[in-house]
Design a binder for this molecule. Structure first.
Ligand SMILES: [Zn+2]
Length: 447
């Protein structure tokens, strides 16, 4: 993702202000302090490997409460598994009997092949007990019915034009606020969203559009990703959108989804995506997803690289400023971060350092060597400033409990500099060949 907005940014920050904002964030957190998170953030749930999620969600205009049915197909990986555990933020126990607007999800049934399965939903873990002993290699498909008002993860609110919107914003481990998942980047799965909403909404999601039907006042849009994704980038977005096809790259449609009021600036801003996609595809290897949608949205970040449906902050799209670096950064993540995913949070630089340096490489391609030089000089200053105040902070930091604590200059600018130095060491052609080999080796896996 691009540098977070959760700091002292100007109200309508430009991309470069966001970058500056990141520096301030890193510099003021001296040193980065790990914050506790609800639920087991840093580890995947043991003993299972989720293969596929099918989420049927109903959104409403009269309440922020969502109704969900999740069908989760998983493989058991050990004979010693005693129960399946999924992450799902529950209602606060103290408020469990309070009205439905109390945030958190309540599970009403778990079934397998139509038969009820014993479960317990406590401390933000949905525990599903086996009918008989689990055996390694078994596949189970559980259907989980649940409902509630998400406190986070699915951001329900109004955009800058006063229209109601719904946007998934999961990074790093906030999918569990609205989806029962193994909420860790090492457990990738294919995913589909069948979203039912009032008929005025356009709904975007990961993957390809499978179906779009309207009956009376109700619309159902169904998106499916046949490419396995980590939960951090599984999303939907629902709003009144104007949609434009900016181009097609090697048969992949590149779309711009913006609020109708921002149509003119938004389509222009996001319209450069096909050129960026083409550059990365030519140099890194095939784009992995069914389409690329660039979406004006609500996200706590300047941009968030959700797979095949990148979400940008509404200001970034509407302000008429040049967002080339922001688009290049998020599009580069489709290869590194989404398709080749770091195996654990401490290795965040494999995502952010690559996206940051590939942005520089696109600028070099589009604007010349001086543009890369300027970009890397600024990055070096940021690294030096952060290092002055955090001399012991390593590039790979294993001492945290909250991945948010890793959002500093190290994985971004320092990661980019590691790659820049490597390129200078081995030469540009070998460097690109190395990136292609790395991508090819770890595609759809964790590295
Ligand atoms: Zn990023």
């Amino acid at each position: 993702m691009a540098t977070p907005l959760a700091c002292l940014c100007p109200p309508r920050p430009t991309w470069w202000a966001l970058l500056l904002c990141g520096v301030l964030l890193g510099a003021s957190a001296a040193p980065a302090v790990a914050q506790p998170t609800r639920g087991p953030a840093a580890k995947p749930q043991p003993g299972i490997d989720v293969q596929d999620y099918d989420f049927a969600l109903t959104l409403s205009d009269t309440t922020d409460r969502i109704e969900g049915t999740a069908t989760v197909r998983l493989r058991v990986t050990t004979d010693t598994l005693t129960a399946v555990r999924l992450d799902l933020i529950g209602r606060n126990q103290a408020q469990a009997t309070a009205p439905s607007q109390v945030p958190g999800m309540r599970v009403t049934s778990v079934t397998e092949e139509g038969a009820s399965v014993p479960y317990r939903h406590r401390n933000d873990i949905l525990r599903i007990d086996p009918a008989s002993d689990f055996k390694a290699g078994q596949t189970h498909t559980y259907r989980i019915r649940y409902s509630g008002t998400p406190a986070d993860g699915l951001i329900i609110g109004t955009n800058q034009h006063g229209d109601r919107t719904f946007f998934g914003d999961n990074w790093p481990n906030r999918a569990r606020h609205w989806l029962p998942v193994v909420d860790h980047l090492s457990d990738k799965a294919t995913v589909e969203f069948r979203v039912t909403a009032p008929s005025q909404y356009e709904i975007v999601g990961n993957g390809a559009l499978v179906n779009d039907s309207t009956t009376g006042d109700t619309r159902i849009m169904h998106w499916r990703s046949d490419v396995p994704l980590p939960p951090k980038v599984m999303v939907i977005g629902a709003a009144d959108f104007a949609v434009d096809t900016a181009g097609t790259v090697d048969g992949v449609p590149v779309q711009s989804w913006v609020y109708p009021e921002d149509r003119s600036t938004g389509f222009k801003d996001l319209g450069q995506a096909p050129s960026i996609l083409r550059f990365f595809e030519e140099n890194l290897g095939p784009y992995p997803y069914e389409k690329l949608a660039n979406v004006q949205s609500t996200t706590r970040y300047g941009g968030m690289e959700n797979a095949a449906a990148i979400f940008y902050s509404e200001d970034a799209v509407a302000d008429g400023e040049d967002d080339t670096p922001l688009l290049a950064h998020e599009i580069a993540h489709q290869w590194f971060g989404n398709t080749v995913t770091e195996a654990g949070w401490p290795h965040l630089w494999l995502s952010e350092g690559f996206a940051t340096y590939l942005t520089g490489l696109y600028l070099e391609h589009a604007r010349g060597e001086a543009a890369l030089s300027k970009y890397m000089t600024k990055a070096r200053q940021q690294v030096a400033k952060f290092h002055e105040q955090n001399p012991d902070e390593p590039l790979v930091d294993t001492t945290f409990s909250d991945p948010n604590a890793l959002l500093n200059t190290n994985p971004y600018q320092k990661g980019a500099w590691v790659l820049h130095m490597l390129r200078r060491e081995v030469g540009t052609d070998t460097f690109w060949a190395g990136l292609r080999a790395y991508y090819d080796r770890y595609r759809h896996q964790n590295a």
